[in-house]
Design a protein around this ligand. Sequence first.
Ligand code: OAD
Length: 243
Amino acid sequence: MCSERLLSKLKKAKTVAVLTGAGISAESGVPTFRGEEGLWQKFRPEELANFEAFIRNPKLVWEWYNYRKQIINQVEPNPAHYALVKMEAHFQNFHLITQNVDNLHRKAGSQQIYELHGNIMRNRCVDCNKYIDDIYFTNSEELPVCDCGGLIRPDVVWFGESLPQQVLMNSFFATKNSDVFFSIGTSAVVQPAASLPLEAKQSGAYVVEINTEPTVITNLIDESLLGKAGEILPQIVSKLLDS
Ligand code: OAD
């Protein structure tokens, strides 16, 4: 699955950047957001992942997050996550940018991770902004409340909210400086993350997509590898390390 062209680009690369999306965790058993299997009780992610939805119906939004946290707590990283750990060890400059909030890159052992959309295991108060470690409650009738009386929300980025500025700046910087850029398991429709592969392309990187289906960026980049990340990435890494 690793073309000679990609292998030669990787061998010469000083800086490699990777953008991951929900698809990289699909083989671990975490549902993606879009597509039939991605729907939760017929809600689209845009309907739940926003502040207005939370204020209107915090119970519903917490039920969705508790459902996802329950899955995430039971799953393990897959060969795609581990292949990225090996890549990080191999390259002089390696930057892992993720839209995922599922903690699986960290669990696999990746060291430097730019979490664009936050982390589902962290929470914060909507009023005083205090950070609160993982909380788990089964009865979503009793919503978690901060000492100050404010509602506690997951520390993730919702639609209409800004991404963490420093993380975003680091991600753009890494992208623009990359020699090879991978876009893995993302539908590439949610901005600003979706603009990173094209930013990389414009800056001269060799841009490779790994996805089970073509996406909106497939025709705009250098190489599209159609298939499962958990199968393709380990093949690329072993070819690179054996060469
Ligand atoms: P999506 O659910 O939009 O896309 C997942 C992509 O992974 C699809 O293009 C699938 O074809 C692909 N895919 C599925 N299984 C795969 C596999 N085994 N190997 C490779 N690719 C596979 O997820 P994201 O692009 O991550 O944001 O969604 C972006 C953002 O939208 C999320 O971070 C989340 C969501 O709303 C917020 O909540 C703010």
